[in-house]
Design a protein around this ligand. Sequence first.
Ligand code: F6R
Length: 260
Amino acid sequence: MRIVILNNSDDVAAYGAQLIIRQIQTKPDSVLGLATGSSPMKLYDKLVEAVAAGDVSLSQCVSFNLDEYVGLAPDHDQSYRSFMQKHLFERVDIRIENTHVPDGLALDPEDMCAQYEQAIRDHHGIDFQLLGIGANGHIGFNEPSSSLRSRTRIKTLTMQTVEDNARFFRADEFQPELAITMGIETIMESRQIMLLATGEHKAAAVKAMIEGPVSASCPASILQFHPKATIVLDTAAAGQLENTQFYQRVEQEAQKFEAK
Ligand code: F6R
């Protein structure tokens, strides 16, 4: 794991954006795995700026989102398809037909999940997967106790996740407690992974992910097995780590090496 600790969420977004921009510049037809939620929002703003400035183009990229709520239509305000349209897809030059988000209204969800996996395989896998982390250590909507070998499927959300995400829903609005999510093994097959975490409320999950045992109790801990995973944190999210100085020293050395 490459562990990068930065001062604040703006720096995290800038660093993350640079990594994803470099990926697309190197491989313009990159297959991107994308996330919703608060964590990637500033990064998406920076990507929008870079496209507007002509520094990068998503016109040949293909994207697969991690997850979607069961029971929400794509045009529902709180659907993850709507989130992506609003925060990224409608603001950059990606072709909408190249963007994939699981269908929350699929009549045969099992078949839809199998087709989602097949579509990823048809595009030769995900080059670069962007992740956030839940306060309980989930990635995608793979909640604690999810199989570390899981594939795309329907999952029941924990009450903590439902409560954490309640801020996006009006008090009188239906909030789903089921989601379709890429599986942990699906995520792990990505060639490169970058996870962003900011804020003190993520500090315990970040510690379990980086310094805890690999365990289904903290699904994100599986990233310890990934050969190319970068974890980008602000100091608040890194607040419970025990070996911070070591990670900072390794990162300084890595940057010196890359600058050569
Ligand atoms: C979103 C997703 C989730 C979030 C996680 C963190 O597509 O898959 O795993 O990344 O719940 O959410 P935020 O970023 O809102 O704290």
